[in-house]
Write a protein that binds this ligand. Structure first.
Ligand code: ADP
Ligand code: MG
Length: 271
């Protein structure tokens, strides 16, 4: 049975699409078959982050309208053939589809063909969000350590519960350890205490994320040591935890001078 997971947040710009692209890619690298769905029909950009924008011919809307078959709309990743993208239409209204139609799309993808179906949610709590969560059985709630984002995430946690999604995990993105150490940023524990759902990942703020976004190459693809990043490692660790492995979290209270060496050690749990 496919695990159907919505990646959501409330607030925009906190890293949902970055997480979806990287988790999808990392799962495919592990040998899982993965479909990622862009449920952000007003502002699609999952295709860009995956570098697949030029390969889109049809979108979910044409599938629903019966203008093409599902297989014609699915874009196979050029690097990982186990990863496919179901794109959203760009030009139409963001409320172009209904929750029932989103369920229908996920139903068409089928339960047997994919190990994971990841749904990239739009910001907000309106129709687009309702659509994104409708077919999901699990959720990854993404927030940055800022009070506005955490408050929106809190709202989302409540709405997920109200919609019967009890399996929700927290991803804290763009943490700046030096700022946390100086008490200028909420810590992982602060955020966790407010949201009170289990933590599955802490991703540091990392400029390599922006470079990878611009290149359409998810960070988790980096194979050269020079290209590797802490954010990429953190994303890989989330995938390992999703798959049931126990992987330690970043320690965010080290003395600043030793911070990076301790961080690196923590990413290598076998040591
Ligand atoms: P959302 O889908 O929630 O709107 P995105 O994934 O599109 O958010 O990310 C918004 C912006 O933040 C992008 O420009 C992205 O490159 C940047 N970003 C996301 N995560 C990080 C990070 N850990 N470090 C640095 N920049 C990041
Ligand atoms: Mg997005």
């Amino acid at each position: 049975m496919a695990r159907i997971i919505v990646v959501t947040s409330g607030k925009g710009g906190v890293g949902k699409t970055t997480s979806t692209a990287n988790l999808g890619m990392a799962l495919a690298k592990r040998g899982r078959s993965v479909a990622v769905i862009d449920a952000d029909f007003g502002l699609r950009n999952l295709d860009l982050l995956l570098g697949l924008e030029n390969r889109i011919v049809y979108t979910a809307l044409e599938v629903l309208a019966g203008e093409c078959r599902l297989e014609q709309a699915l874009v196979k990743d050029k690097r990982q053939s186990r990863l496919v993208l179901l794109p959203a239409a760009q030009t139409r209204m963001k409320d172009a589809i209904t929750a029932e139609q989103m369920k229908q799309l996920v139903g068409m993808l089928g339960d047997k063909k994919y190990d994971y179906i990841l749904i990239d949610s739009p910001a907000g709590i309106e129709q687009g969000f309702q659509n994104a969560i409708a077919p999901a059985k699990e959720a990854l709630v993404v927030t940055t350590p800022e009070i506005s984002a955490v408050r929106d995430a809190d709202r989302i946690v409540g709405l997920l519960e109200a919609n019967g999604i009890r399996n929700a995990h927290l991803i804290i993105n763009r943490i700046k350890p030096a700022m946390v150490a100086q008490d200028k940023m909420m810590s992982v524990r602060d955020v966790q205490e407010i949201l009170a759902i289990p933590l599955i990942g802490v991703i540091p703020d990392d400029e390599k994320v922006i470079v990878s976004t611009n290149r359409g190459e998810p960070l988790v693809l980096a194979s050269e040591p020079s290209q590797q990043s802490l954010a990429g490692q953190a994303l890989q660790n989330i995938v390992r935890r999703l798959e049931g492995e126990k992987v330690p979290f970043l320690d965010l209270t080290p003395p600043p001078d030793h911070f990076f060496s301790r961080l690196r050690r923590l990413f290598q749990p076998s040591e």
